[in-house]
Design a protein around this ligand. Structure first.
Ligand code: G3P
Ligand code: MG
Length: 251
């Protein structure tokens, strides 16, 4: 397997497609596919009793009709939450997906998955083995999977589980010791905020042999230079315009 067999896309939907449907829901994943993305990024979060759901925030209020800390949510209560009404009435009663439901949806659509491990700073010893176990049992195609996290310790634990998954270190601004961090986990890619990335940093990442993914440009004009610097793919809330450019061989 070569690196290029993994990242066979330039366009990943962010939280599914967060501008087109309620983020991190099955509707958002489907919206990303309909908008032309062939991969999606979603966030996995550890809740009570070892449950794993697709959710971004530490608290429930912004994206659901629930209240309180996400980590305290009981698995039995997940399906009672409305994760769509905040977005628009058309999505009333959209559910917070479990990790397993999201994996099944993504595979049924033939999409690749960038799975971001959230909340690892508070419970890294529990979330990483739990996520890796679900992936082991329910995601076979290693060429269509990247596991990412801002939390380096989480990625180190993924690496120690050593099942050959492709790992991506996430940064906002790239720190000085990025190369040592990526080397220590044999990272596949560096994923960072497009708005603070410099040309020199991008070229250094590429020269070191890593893929370079940038979040979250929602207008192609914002990253026109980044492709020239070596950026391999965008992670965007709205894949529509990027997918159009790819389709017309302008990216
Ligand atoms: O994976 C890129 C992006 O999702 C990282 O930031 O906060 O949107 O999960 P966030
Ligand atoms: Mg994310």
């Amino acid at each position: 397997m070569t690196a290029d067999t993994v990242l066979d896309t330039k366009v990943m939907g962010h939280r599914g497609a967060a501008l087109l449907a309620p983020e991190n829901t099955l509707s958002s994943i489907k919206a990303a596919a309909e908008a032309g993305a062939s991969w999606v990024e979603i966030d996995v979060y550890l809740i009570a009793e070892g449950g794993l759901v697709i959710f971004h925030d530490d608290t429930l209020e912004r994206c659901t009709n629930g209240t309180g800390e996400t980590r305290l949510l009981l698995p039995a209560d997940v399906s009672r939450l409305d994760a769509g009404g905040y977005f628009s009435a058309a999505f009333n009663n959209e559910k917070v997906p479990t990790l397993l439901e999201a994996l099944e949806c993504i595979q049924s659509l033939g999409l690749g998955l960038n799975l971001e491990i959230k909340h690892a700073d508070k419970d890294v010893e529990n979330i990483v083995p739990a996520v890796m176990a679900v992936l082991r049992d329910h995601w076979q195609d290693n060429n269509k999977l990247i596991i990412s996290s801002f939390n380096h310790q989480a990625l180190q634990l993924c690496y120690e589980i050593a099942d050959g998954r492709h790992l991506a270190q996430l940064y906002e601004a790239i720190p000085d010791d990025w190369q040592a961090q990526l080397q220590s986990i044999e990272a596949y890619s560096l994923n960072c905020d497009y708005s603070v990335l410099t040309k020199e940093q991008a070229q250094a990442v590429k020269a070191a042999g890593y893929k370079l993914l940038c979040y979250t440009p929602n207008d192609p004009d914002l990253v026109a230079s980044h492709w020239e610097w070596g950026m391999d793919a965008v992670i965007t809330d709205d894949p529509t315009q990027f997918a159009f450019l790819v389709e017309n061989e302008r990216l």
